[in-house]
Each structure stands twice: as C-alpha cells, then as structure tokens.
Design a protein around this ligand. Structure first.
Ligand SMILES: [Zn+2]
Length: 202
C-alpha cells in the first residue's frame, strides 16, 4: 500500500507534511520539501508518462541527479535497493547519452530501373542496350542514439516502472528520512550550543 493511500498508517502525517512542505507548483523552500517533491515527480512520471520525461535534456534528468546525490549517502531499506540502483543507473546512462549523436547513418545502394528512353535498344546511349539504368538510393541503417535508447535506457526505465515494491517503499523511505531530518533540526534548535543557521543537514 502506498503512503498516499488513506489506509496507510502514515497517510495522515504524510499528507500534512506534503501540504506544509511541498507547494502546488515551483520549488519547495526546504531541503525536506524538495526531497519529497523530487521523489513524487519521479514516481509520477514513471507511472503516468512511462518515464518519458526522464530522458536527456529534460528537467527530470536534473531532478534525478539531484535526488541521486542525496540518496547515495543515505541508507535505505533493501526493498528500495533495486529501485535506487536502477535510478542511479538511469542517471549514469543519461550522462552517457549526452555524448551520443542522434543522427541516422545511411548507406547507398544501387537499384536497376527500366530505361526511360528505350526498352532494350542496342543503340541507346542511356542504357547501352541493357534496357535498365542504375540509380542510387539511400537507406537508413542505424542511429546510435536510437540504439542507445532502445537497448540501454529502455530496459532500465522498464525495470523502474515495473518495480511496484521499490516505488512504494522508496516513497515511504524518503518520507521517513524527512521525518528524521525534521527531528534532527528540532534537536539542534533545542541545544543551546548549536546555532541552527550554521548547520546544513545535507
Ligand atoms: Zn535504353
């Protein structure tokens, strides 16, 4: 069960935090809010756009790399590990993809077409009496970027989309992390030796 479902034991407090920390549009003003916003956008895109926006040159590529830089330093439960590994793999692939040219390579090939001047006349200078002339046509034989999308990126994306357990757990884990960060801030605030403004938690 997802944390955003009513029956989930953490649903009420999750909803309260979403309302408090994540604006309906634009960036959140806190690290915790951004954390929640990012994972929600990733999950939304996976579930509603088939991850289509998580492709190079899209804004979600940045979100993923932001998000990844946060999650690598955290310990998440093993139920999320596949999801996180695939997310990391995806962001590496998006980096790789930037250097791959999106150009179709073509190959020229010959085709015989009936002579436009004759039908096999020995004196025809067009076809030398063969009745056929040679024309050259071009065929697309491949595109490195298309291959990259199909063979490398798509399988990782598919794994992410199909990882129901991972998706459910990563959202929950991020939320628990947000609660932990909140508690840590409270502790710092209550400790007179620390000036909260001098600390950044992540
Ligand atoms: Zn001819």
């Amino acid at each position: 069960m997802y944390i955003f479902e009513k029956e989930h034991p953490l649903n009420k407090t999750y909803k309260e935090h979403m309302e408090k920390l994540v604006p309906t549009s634009g960036e959140a003003s806190t690290v915790e809010g951004e954390f929640l916003r990012e994972i929600n956008r990733i999950l939304y895109d996976l579930d509603n756009n088939g991850g289509c926006n998580i492709l190079p040159e899209s804004y979600l590529a940045n979100i993923i790399s932001n998000f990844n830089s946060r999650i690598v330093s955290l310990e998440f439960p093993k139920q999320c590990q596949n999801f996180i590994n695939n997310l990391l793999k995806l962001s590496q692939l998006l980096e790789e993809g930037k250097d791959i040219e999106d150009v179709w390579e073509t190959e020229e090939y010959e085709v015989d077409i009936p002579c436009p001047e004759c039908s096999g006349d020995d004196n025809c200078s067009f076809c030398d009496g063969t009745g056929y002339v040679i024309e050259y046509e071009e065929e697309d034989i491949g595109n490195k970027y298309e291959e990259f999308l199909e063979e490398k990126l798509a399988p990782v994306l598919r794994n992410l989309i199909e990882d129901e357990i991972g998706k459910k757990n990563i959202l929950e884990a991020v939320f628990l992390e947000v609660l932990r960060m909140e508690r840590e801030k409270e502790n710092l605030k209550n400790n007179s030796y620390f000036n909260i403004d001098e600390f950044s938690l992540l």
